[in-house]
Design a protein around this ligand. Structure first.
Ligand code: HEC
Length: 135
């Protein structure tokens, strides 16, 4: 490889690793931790890739629900039950409450789900989750 080209690629590599803004670094951290938490607490039902499980568990992919931080937060904290239509299909099973997840965990899980399957890739902060009042 051409010497100059190699050096500029090297510079680009170093810059990508260290020139990221603090916000970007925080976003990446949320997505990574959120992904691990999702695999532990959610993927049993909603599946690793968020497509759900047949008529039992609804998908997380491409759902409007994700935009609503309060709704998702309260669903995670208190669980969900009763008939629900998602992407034109009816579901009616129980989602258990997650009383042992911290607001930070929930913020990371929602950030991860948005990053992978949502329409908006933006960090959902712990304070935003903490402000939510569930019934
Ligand atoms: C035991 C299985 C189970 C687990 C574990 C579970 N869910 Fe659910 N989830 C469900 C069911 C069933 C519904 C639909 C509830 C209904 O029909 O009222 C649902 C609904 C949802 C919905 C709204 C509907 C949709 O698909 O958009 C979201 C968002 C959601 N779950 C996210 C999560 C997250 C995040 C976790 C992990 C913290 C999680 N779920 C863990 C079973 C589960």
């Amino acid at each position: 490889m051409n010497y100059y080209l190699r050096n500029s690629l090297l510079f680009l590599g170093v810059c990508l690793a260290s020139c990221a803004s603090p916000e970007q670094v925080k976003y990446e951290q949320y997505v990574i931790s959120g992904g691990e938490l999702y695999q532990t607490h959610c993927s049993n039902c909603h599946s690793k890739e968020g497509e759900g499980l047949r008529n039992l568990y609804p998908p997380i992919r491409q759902i409007d629900f994700l935009k609503n931080v309060s709704l998702v937060t309260c669903s995670i904290k208190n669980g969900l039950s009763g008939p629900m239509e998602i992407n034109g299909k009816m579901y009616n099973q129980k989602m258990p409450a997650n009383k042992n997840l911290y607001n930070l965990d929930i913020a990371q899980i929602i950030t991860f789900m948005n990053d992978k399957w949502g329409q908006t890739k933006k960090l959902v902060d712990t304070e935003e989750v903490a402000k939510v009042v569930c019934e």
